[in-house]
Design a protein around this ligand. Structure first.
Ligand code: FAD
Ligand code: NAP
Length: 331
């Protein structure tokens, strides 16, 4: 049997929300434990250039996340490489079981498990994962040097993935189910100017063609959304970039969720339906889904956890309560 670790604040997740919560909870002297999960640094480790993190005109996603980890550690967050496989929020202290065998007990929990890539749900897509089907251009793009690639999706991720893949591929075909993109205009401009990119509008992917273990992916079948006509597009790599879904499996039967699994928080707050449990970042945000908003929510969650714990301990003047009192007084 593994050891049991108790902490005042358990932070689950190591994206911008988790690390920011770590910085603030550490500075509140709460000695938080942060469990990183299988993607230390979170989604930004799967991208290259980040151009909208304030203070950095250009920064590589993985570099930014290393800096955030170092910052949280320097402030006093204990960062643990483990994956939480179950979480019991039915009684206090809350209990989390790690894959390592360690049991974590906590007076407050900050959920910052973010989001995971969505898949189309085709049997052929599943069978060819790792044989030409991917959801991460920065991870797998290198394997397609001198080859043709298809990307599906119309948001920022699809545009970024397509642009990045032109570094390797001879041609990148973007297949989108409508005739306009939802990506930011600046990204669209870059995409339309790139001579290596072709577009197949108003089509969805009907099938991925290829042999697992053999030749791998050799093409995709795209179906016109109105006529149903099928076009086969040859390619060696197929990248799915159709968005992300909240990683709320751990709490789906315990906390109130909505809109396909996003954890519900109170207005202007990270408080969930269970007192002492806070949610920050993409696990709760179906609107903005940005690094900076996730970091902001991580800050809020730590301040609210501090206030919650202080109220339980009967501390008259915790820092966050002072903020709350100020707001209350102003109203
Ligand atoms: P995430 O970054 O999703 O991190 C979740 C963390 O939770 C991970 O560390 C994971 O290991 C951990 N975790 C999950 N389950 C468990 C578990 N059971 N136990 C322990 N840990 C667990 N945003 C921008 O602002 N600018 C950009 O340029 C930008 N580019 C992007 C490019 C790509 C390709 C993608 C996919 C996203 C991009 N985004 C960008 C969005 C941004 O990455 C997210 O909004 C942000 O990372 C969300 O942060 P988060 O902390 O909520 O969660
Ligand atoms: P998204 O904005 O939700 O876009 C998903 C895209 O995939 C949409 O174009 C959607 O089509 C399409 N799609 C969804 N399901 C599909 C299906 N089953 N078949 C075919 N197409 C499907 O997701 P995202 O691009 O991953 O972005 C997520 C968040 O991260 C956003 O908030 C984004 O701003 C942020 N992000 C930011 C940056 C940046 O700032 N540089 C980079 C990446 C991501 P419809 O358009 O028809 O709905």
């Amino acid at each position: 049997m593994g050891e049991t670790r108790h902490t005042k604040v358990l932070i689950i997740g190591s994206g911008p929300a988790g690390y920011t919560a770590g910085v603030y909870a550490s500075r509140a002297m709460l000695n938080p434990i942060l469990v990183q999960g299988i993607q230390p640094g979170g989604q930004l480790t799967t991208t290259t250039e980040v151009e909208n993190w304030p203070g950095d005109t250009h920064v590589q996603g993985p570099d930014l996340m290393v800096r955030m980890e170092e910052h949280a550690k320097a402030m006093g967050t204990e960062i643990i490489s483990d994956y939480i496989q179950s979480l019991d929020l039915s009684k206090r202290p809350f209990t989390a079981e790690g894959d390592s065998g360690t049991t974590y007990t906590a007076d407050a929990v900050i959920l910052a498990t973010g989001a995971q890539a969505k898949w189309l749900g085709l049997a052929s897509e599943e069978a060819l994962k790792g044989f030409g089907v991917s959801a991460c251009a920065t991870c797998d793009g290198f394997f397609y040097r001198g080859k043709e690639i298809v990307v599906v999706g119309g948001g920022n991720t699809a545009v970024e993935e397509a642009l990045f893949l032109t570094n390797f591929a001879t041609k990148v075909t973007l297949v989108h189910r409508r005739d306009s993109l939802r990506a930011e205009k600046i990204m669209q401009d870059r995409l339309f100017k790139n001579p290596k990119i072709e577009f197949v509008w108003d089509h969805e992917i009907a099938d991925v063609v290829g042999e697992p273990g053999g030749a791998g992916v050799t093409g995709v079948k795209a179906r016109h959304v109105e006529t149903g006509e099928i076009t086969e597009i040859p390619c060696a790599g197929f990248f799915v970039a159709i968005g992300h879904a909240p990683a709320s499996e751990l709490v789906k039967d315990q906390l109130e969720t909505h809109m396909g699994g996003y954890v519900v928080t109170k207005p202007d707050s990270t408080e969930t339906s269970i007192p002492g449990v806070f949610a920050a970042g993409d696990i709760t945000d179906h609107v903005y889904r940005q690094a900076v908003t996730s970091a902001g929510m991580g800050c809020m969650a730590a301040l609210e956890a501090e206030r919650f714990l202080a109220a339980e301990e009967g501390d008259a003047q915790p820092q966050a309560s002072v903020y709350a009192a100020t707001v209350d007084a102003a109203e």
